[in-house]
Design a protein. Sequence first.
Length: 167
Amino acid sequence: STLGIDVEKSLLKINGNLYRLEVWDTAGQERLRSIPKKYYVKGDAFLLMFDVTDEKSFNDLNQWIKDLSSARNRDNDFSTTCDTVIYLIGNKIDDFDNRKILSKDAEKFSSENNIYYIEVSCKDGINIYEVMINIIIDASKKLDYIRKSIFLTKKNQKKNDNKNCCK
């Protein structure tokens, strides 16, 4: 369990490329809610995790999404977030007897907010590695797209600038 902020760092090699993965875990504690806001601006990917056995953790997602959106100036609309990968993670799927949040409800929530959804068990290690791999691949695809878009925009700007100066 996280008593403050737990930071885990690791390096993963995927398709010959080395990626630095840094996960900041605040455990959703209200007293720590303001700390991550400064990190939202620079993050390439975000994991919003809730406990499938705890309705409050699921209901708190709305506030976390608002915090993330406002920090990134996205008008609380992830559909415009072209430079960020966001995953909704349902944890504790191993606790069948105490499950309160159904997969279909979490999938509906993720669809409404235009974010990915996956279920995991941190206790049993189910889907943990897959989430990390997918988030790195998705984030690097979006970053490559943005870099290419910026390059093409600058290239077109130069062409247009030259046309304007020669008229």
